[in-house]
Design a protein around this ligand. Structure first.
Ligand SMILES: Cc1cc2nc3c(=O)[nH]c(=O)nc-3n(C[C@H](O)[C@H](O)[C@H](O)COP(=O)(O)O)c2cc1C
Length: 290
């Protein structure tokens, strides 16, 4: 839904490495998609996934580097969401009381794909989401280091982006290792518990990396004005996470199209109210206080 809605509106979509639909299928449906990898510090697995992503036709590979350890997401625990997924009475009641979702999402998934597996963590199929072994698929990410990033750079011939940078020194190292772009991100505040906002660290990172590297940002973009703030503070591009996920969950593909349209309309309206006619005119002059 996300990929095809993005293709329809001409917005790039980043396919998550933790996704449950095979990356080859998404590449067919929306060839402009980017692929996001979570990689462990294991050269064989790195090489195999990079080759698989290239063979599927992706041209932009994005490596997320802020998940050396998994966060303790208490909101997920409260909501009864766990990995592995443990069916329980609460989930059963949720299914009974939300028949549209049970049929439209749960039953349809089972029918077309069977029990979902982590399809894209590595070059081979990962564990099913209900398996007790599923956490093995998240292993060894804390071993990932800059030499692995260099290895990816040497092997991957497309654009290489690094996501999860929050400090200018890390940004400079990434550029030194050949990153074409950087996504300034604190993972939507879902990793380190207590961190600066990406918007706060964006100007220093943008200043540090020069014009060769494309600086992007995600986290907390909810309104057209948020996009303008990020562009004014040095981002060339922004990403939106939860709003599109919520839109897909509630409204399917039309919901995602609607969410994109709301943001686009707000952006245009806000630009008009600020008296700017093009994205290039969005500069730090528009910011009164940082
Ligand atoms: C449910 C959920 C799943 C996510 N999964 C991934 C992922 O697989 N890979 C990744 O790099 N980031 C992942 N993120 C983080 C997003 O890519 C992004 O950094 C963050 O959601 C941006 O903040 P926003 O949701 O406020 O826009 C996930 C975020 C959410 C909410």
């Amino acid at each position: 839904m996300l990929a095809t809605a993005a293709a329809e509106t001409g917005i790039p979509m980043v396919m998550s490495g933790s996704s449950l639909i095979r990356l080859e299928e998404v590449a067919k449906a929306a060839p402009q998609s980017w692929f996001q990898a979570y990689l462990p510090g294991e050269p064989n697995r790195i090489d195999a996934l990079v080759d698989r992503v290239a063979a599927a036709g992706y041209q932009t590979l994005l490596l997320t580097v802020d998940t050396a350890a998994l966060a303790n997401r208490e909101n997920n625990i409260r909501a009864g969401f766990s990995t592995p997924l443990r069916p329980n009475a609460r989930l059963a009641w949720h299914g009974i009381s939300h028949p549209a979702r049970s049929i439209g999402t749960f039953a349809r998934t089972l029918l077309f794909h069977g029990i979902p597996h982590f399809e894209n963590s590595y070059a081979t199929r990962g564990a099913p989401v209900v398996s007790a072994n599923v956490m093995r698929d998240f292993g060894k990410r804390d071993h990932l280091n800059w030499s692995h990033f260099q290895r990816i750079r040497d092997r991957w011939h497309g654009r290489l982006i690094i996501k999860g940078i929050m400090h200018e020194e890390d940004a400079a190292i990434a550029v030194g290792h050949g990153a074409d772009g950087i996504v300034v991100s604190n993972h939507g505040g879902r990793q380190l518990d207590g961190t600066l906002s990406p918007l706060k660290v964006l100007p220093s990172i943008a200043d540090h990396v020069g014009t060769e590297t494309v600086v992007m940002l995600d986290g907390g973009i909810r309104r057209g004005t948020d996009i303008i703030k990020a562009l004014a503070l040095g981002a060339k591009f922004i990403f939106v996470g939860r709003p599109f996920l919520y839109a897909a969950a509630v409204g399917g593909q039309p919901g995602v199209l609607m969410a994109a349209d709301i943001l686009k309309t707000e952006l245009h309206r806000n630009m008009a109210l600020l008296g700017v006619n093009s994205i290039e005119e969005i500069t730090s002059d528009l910011i009164a206080e940082v």
